[in-house]
Design a protein around this ligand. Structure first.
Ligand code: 13P
Ligand code: ZN
Length: 270
């Protein structure tokens, strides 16, 4: 058995948590990450039959039964993940139709998966249906996106179009746009179901007055999605109160669509 602290999937998770903290997206225990792992990879580092304890999930996710996830812990500070991965992260296998998470490593000291585990697992299920290569769900509280939900219309087409116009990269990185949920009680199955529903059509889901969810094929891609949307929101906030002299037009966005062969959300360009 190899040392899990040297597993590429663990090293990448630790680096990503540190980077998210460094970006100011994860104050205190804010934010959470989950990564779907292959059994073959997991087996190189842990005995998959040695269950430390079972943790009830409080929801069902039949399509994820038997799947392995590396996930951040509830109430754990992202700034601390790199100093004590075993305390702040856990590796679980879902069983019983998703009703139980069997702990195989981590969450030392009696910890458990993030309070947003429902939103993560339901989002994984939704994204895997849309893209079988999807592996990562990431949630955080980037200040500019969050601020934007206080001053911008929450209509997702309007919200997306504003972001697309803020920097040329935005439509290239998230041509399907950004979906938006109104404020809802976090840490519940209800917000999990609502997030998953939104995840069917986009990899980014804004939680108004709370933060954002991103999903992708790896940690880099998912981080980059949020990073790009957050940059768009930053430019918006830097310019929203100023007289706008120039913008990116729908014609120019269409040029990008054609030039790069983007699959832009139907009907979201004029
Ligand atoms: P957790 O510490 O349970 O992951 O919660 C953080 C958070 O961002 C809740 O939305
Ligand atoms: Zn949050």
């Amino acid at each position: 058995m190899q040392n899990i602290l040297e597993a590429p999937f663990l090293v990448e998770m630790v680096r990503t948590a540190a980077n998210m903290y460094a970006h100011g997206w994860d104050e205190r225990n804010g934010g959470n990450i989950s990564v779907l792992l292959d059994e073959a990879k997991v087996s190189e580092y842990v005995d998959v039959n040695a269950v430390i304890r079972d943790i009830p999930t409080g929801f069902e996710a039949p399509s994820l039964d038997g799947k392995y996830f590396l996930v951040t812990g509830a109430g754990k500070y992202f700034k601390n993940v790199r100093y004590d991965p075993a305390h702040n992260l856990g590796l679980v296998r879902l069983s019983g139709g998703g009703r139980t998470a069997r702990l195989l490593w981590g969450f030392t000291g009696g910890g458990r998966f993030t309070s947003e585990f429902a939103a993560h697992m339901m989002s994984h299920a939704a994204r895997l249906s849309a893209d079988p290569a999807s592996r990562v769900v990431m949630h955080c509280h980037p200040a500019n996106l969050l601020a934007m939900t206080y001053v911008h219309d929450l209509d997702e087409r309007a919200f997306t179009r504003t972001l697309w116009r803020m920097c040329t990269e935005c439509i290239m990185v998230f041509p399907e746009g950004v979906n938006v949920l109104p404020w809802m009680l976090c840490g519940t199955n209800e917000i999990g179901e609502a997030t998953a529903e939104k995840m069917k059509t986009a990899r980014l889901v804004v939680w108004a007055q709370h933060g954002i969810y991103g999903a992708g094929r790896d940690l880099d891609e998912t981080f980059g999605l949020i990073e790009t949307a957050e940059k768009g929101a930053e430019i918006y906030l830097k310019t929203a109160h100023l007289p706008v002299k120039n913008t990116i037009t729908d014609h120019q966005l269409r040029q990008l669509e054609v030039h790069l062969g983007l699959k832009v959300r139907e009907g979201w360009l004029d």
